[in-house]
Each structure stands twice: as structure tokens, then as C-alpha cells.
Design a protein around this ligand. Sequence first.
Ligand code: COS
Length: 384
Amino acid sequence: MIRDQETLQLLLDSIGSFVKEELIPREEEVAESDEIPEDIASQMRELGLFGLTIPEEFGGLGVTMEEEVNIAFELGRTSPAFRSFIGTNNGIGSIGILLDGTDEQKAHYLPRLASGEILSAFCLTEPDSGSDAASLRTTAVKEGNGYFINGTKRYITNAPHAGIFTVMARTNSDVKGAKGISAFIVEANTPGITIGKRDKKMGQKGAHTADVIFDNVWVPVSALIGEQEDVGFKTAMKVLDKGRLHIAAIAVGAAERVLDDSLRFAMERQQFGKPIADFQLIQAMLADSKAEIYAARCMVLDAARKRDEGKNVSTEASCAKMFATEMCSRVADRGVQIHGGAGYISEYAVERFYRDVRLFRLYEGTTQIQQVIIARNMIREAQQ
Ligand code: COS
């Protein structure tokens, strides 16, 4: 749902210009330094980019899902590290509080997330619990008016910068699987928390992930999201339903960028006495990429509109995430192919994007997990 087309267009234009004029020229610097420059971070704060999805009453812009995916199409056109920096506050690091938090929790944390004063991170994955998220072992044992949290969380995006963590932990160790899990908001400066060293990743330099280790970390009862035990797994799944749609939209934006770069290269590069864009085998790659991007864009927009209508889009979000991220990798692969030897050289952005977009098919649920979710939902519906 787009609330006001004109206002949205102004926002998209300003984000589009920011991407083109400020972020794209700094991509190389971020890839080399593995840092988001502070001046870029403050411009992001000024533009309100940390609070796009947080409701206006908490200081954000409160965009709808359809508006959000349109913004993500723009943000996807530059290095994913920039998006990742603002991504957790708009997504997996805030949605749990927004959907299931108490009024006090929302009022306390959301304004600071919206302004970018603090960053947030989502702690679900563990060393022995990835795709099988319900097998997580981190515990939160109740004692008096609080809980003691113990465990290790892995590959946590923005962990080195986060002010708060949404932590999924087992409050009921008698119950195996999803039912005994609860979600907590844990402040990063709580005694007993250690952040591991930054992971050395294949790509997405500038986006930082690390372990978060909880060693007898005490939190008050008020840190329990919604002050309700045993529903934390559902909170996490709802967070991921929305997050997956966002990642799908980012993948569409990244694919569009790669295709634009590849088309420009093909029109400039001369071989056999003419631009390689004149050759039909190159045209086939350009056309396949164009059609697939169009299909993914339509899927993302349709799923976003359905979510805005209040429908359950678990299936659609997984379809969109699976199709768009796989599509993005194919487009990046063709992009390298169109560039020929130049596509393997870091002077061209396509080499970096090829590595950067690989992560889209893994995080917030691998392609195989999306397939499981889609098929299970189909079977469940057919049984009803
Ligand atoms: N929204 C709300 N509730 C949901 C839900 C959703 N999208 N998906 C599942 N649930 C509920 C189920 O209804 C069930 O509750 P009931 O028992 O009351 O019916 C409960 O959660 C457990 O669901 P399920 O039985 O499907 O859990 P499984 O252990 O079989 O796991 C998958 C389901 C595989 C889908 C889940 O573990 C998953 O998404 N794994 C990938 C995790 C991931 O994306 N990690 C990325 C890291 S975070 S960046």
C-alpha cells in the first residue's frame, strides 16, 4: 500500500540521489577499509534511514511494506554493506519489539533505533543451530525478578556496533523445540556479554558479523519481549517473514545495478569490430537477466501489497526471497561473463557484487529452508 505517491516519490528521489552521489562513489573505499565511514553514517542518520519502518509515533517514517520494498529497490543498487548498516534497525533488530513488545519496551527502545542513536542486532543463530533454529541451546533461567542468560550466538550482523540485542533463548529446558523459546531485549553493555572478533567474510566488506557470548548475563523480567515466555520462536519467525521480503527487494536492486553496469560495458566494449552488445549471445544474457529481474520485482511488490492488506505472507515471502536471491546470483554470474576477463578484476564493481550477493541466498534462511517453508505451507493448506 502506498499512502501518498507524491511523498513516496520525493523520498525515493532523495534516497536514489544519496545512493548515486554519495554511496556508489565510496564503494571501493568501503571494500578496502572494511568500514562504513562516519560521515556516511551521519548522513544516514540525517536522512532518517535508520527509522524508515519504525512508526511515526516513535520517531520513524512508518513506511508500509510496499513503500519499504520500493526503498529497498533503490538501496540495493549499491554495496550491500551500506544497507546492512541500517538494515537491522529497520528489520530484524526492531521488528520483534514492534510486533510483540510491550508499550513500555516500544517507547523505551524504538525512538533510539529510529534516530540511529543505537544499532540493534538479532541473535538467533548459534554454533550448532542454524537452519534448525528451534534447536537453539542458549538458556535464560528465571531467578527472582530476572533471568540469567548463557550461550553463544553466531554470525550476528552489526554485533560489534549494537546497543541492543534481540536474543532468542530457552526458558523452558523441559520442552524441546520451538515451544520453550523466549525472546529478550538485552542491552549490549550488560555485564557478561563479550563480542567475538569480526568474521572474515567472502564479501560484503564493511558489514560486520561476530559471535556474541552470554556468560551469566542478568536481565530483568521487563527485558522479556511482551513479558511473555515461550512465544519467542514465533516472534523470530514473524520477524523473518518480513525480513525475507526486504532481502528479496534488496536482491532485485542489486541485480538491476549489475545489469546496468553489464549493459553499459557491453555497449562500450568493442570486439570483432563492433560493440559486444550487438552480438546475440550477449543479448541473450542481457535479456534473460532483464526478464528475471522483472519477474522478481513483480513478486516482491505483490507479496508486499498482500502483507499490507493484513494477509499471512509466509509463503509469498519465502517464494520472493528464494526467487529473487537465486535470480540475483544468476544475474551477477552473467554480469561477470559479459565483462569477460575484466569481470574477474576488482576494478569493475561486478567482481565485488558477484561475491557480495552470494550471501543473499544464505542469510535469513537458505534457499533450501525457503523451499521447506513453501512446500510445508502448501501441504498444510491442502490438508485443510
Ligand atoms: N509466523 C508465525 N508463527 C510461525 C511461523 C511464522 N512464519 N512459522 C512457524 N511458526 C510457528 C508454528 O506455527 C509453530 O507453532 P505451533 O506449534 O503453535 O503451531 C512453531 O512456530 C514452530 O514451527 P515449526 O514446527 O514450523 O518449526 P520447525 O522447528 O519445524 O522449523 C523452520 C521451521 C525450518 C521454518 C525454521 O526453523 C526456520 O525458519 N529456520 C531458518 C532460520 C533462519 O532463517 N535463520 C537465519 C538466521 S537469522 S538472520
